[in-house]
Design a protein around this ligand. Structure first.
Ligand code: CO8
Length: 258
């Protein structure tokens, strides 16, 4: 039996695949599911054999949001003292690159979970939205911040204030998703993208992720300075020597740290 109740976990070569698995609730993100995703992602992050992680759902739903039935009777004190949704911050701190492979509904917390990953590959069936306002609440897993950074003020405001859902094509035009693929190809595409990342030098991939994330936290000048320091530091890695030697010798690199 799986050690997790609300997800499926597969290791395929250097790729870890977390599949949200509460089909009867369209993968609504209850406390148990959050704990399972965070524990699995943390374990994969600590595993040197894993170079990339995919988080995905079902054909019908990536996730239809935080679990409304679990939350509906909670009080302010329950929410505040329970520090509701804090676990997701641990997922955001994972250093291994994380891809969200999204088909169907990615609503509320589901949209926020996808945005919390490093990038989104969307099936043409994907639908993204922040419908919390229709429930009398606001996004609570970073949507007001990450969606705004991803698509800009106008579209984020419209989505968050009206609850309007957007399709995959509109999400791609808005810069929210990296690529849209036919639904039948979603998982294969995400796997081969993850395998590509996992074939690179793991510390270099982690540093690249850290720098892109820093762009959202810092000034341009500080970000450029950080990039320069990190760029210089990768010359301490054998993988830099190997990558450049392989180019010159017209062969594929054999990175050591992966
Ligand atoms: N929570 C709990 N159960 C859900 C959720 C959810 N978010 N979404 C769907 N389900 C359940 C339904 O209740 C239903 O269960 P049952 O059969 O027992 O009634 C089952 O999943 C199937 O759903 P539907 O029958 O509704 O399926 P449809 O195909 O007709 O509709 C939709 C699909 C459009 C996705 C519809 O289910 C829907 O609108 N779901 C809710 C979407 C939503 O509002 N999400 C936002 C939730 S709030 C949030 O994510 C952030 C909260 C931040 C709070 C901050 C506090 C600190």
């Amino acid at each position: 039996m799986s050690e997790y109740e609300n997800i499926l976990l597969e290791r395929s070569g250097r790729v870890g695949i977390i599949t949200l698995n509460r089909p009867k609730a369209l993968n609504a993100l209850n406390f148990g599911l959050m704990q399972d995703v965070v524990a699995a992602a943390t374990n994969l992050d600590e595993d040197p054999e894993i170079g990339a992680i995919i988080i995905t759902g079902s054909e019908r739903a990536f996730a239809a949001g935080a679990d409304i039935k679990e939350m509906s009777e909670k009080t302010y004190v329950d929410m505040y003292l329970g520090n509701w949704f804090r676990g997701w911050d641990t997922l955001a701190a994972v250093r291994t690159p994380v891809i969200a492979a999204v088909a169907g509904h990615a609503l509320g917390g589901g949209c926020e979970l996808a945005l919390l990953c490093d990038f989104i590959i969307a099936a043409d069936t994907a639908k993204f939205g922040q419908p919390e306002i229709k429930l009398g609440v606001i996004p609570g897993i970073g949507g007001s911040q990450r969606l705004t950074r991803a698509v800009g003020k106008a579209k984020a405001m419209e989505m968050i204030l009206t609850g309007r859902t957007i399709g995959a094509e509109e999400a791609e035009r808005a810069g929210m998703v990296a690529r849209v693929v036919p639904a039948a190809e979603l998982l294969d595409d995400a796997r081969s993208t993850a395998e590509t990342i996992a074939s690179m030098s793991a510390p270099v991939a982690m540093l690249g992720k850290e720098l892109v994330n820093a762009a959202f936290e810092t000034t341009l000048d500080s970000g450029i300075r950080l990039e320069r320091r990190v760029f210089h530091s990768v010359f301490a890695l054998e993988d830099q020597k190997e990558g450049m030697a392989a180019f010159i010798e017209k062969r594929k690199p054999e990175f050591k740290h992966r």
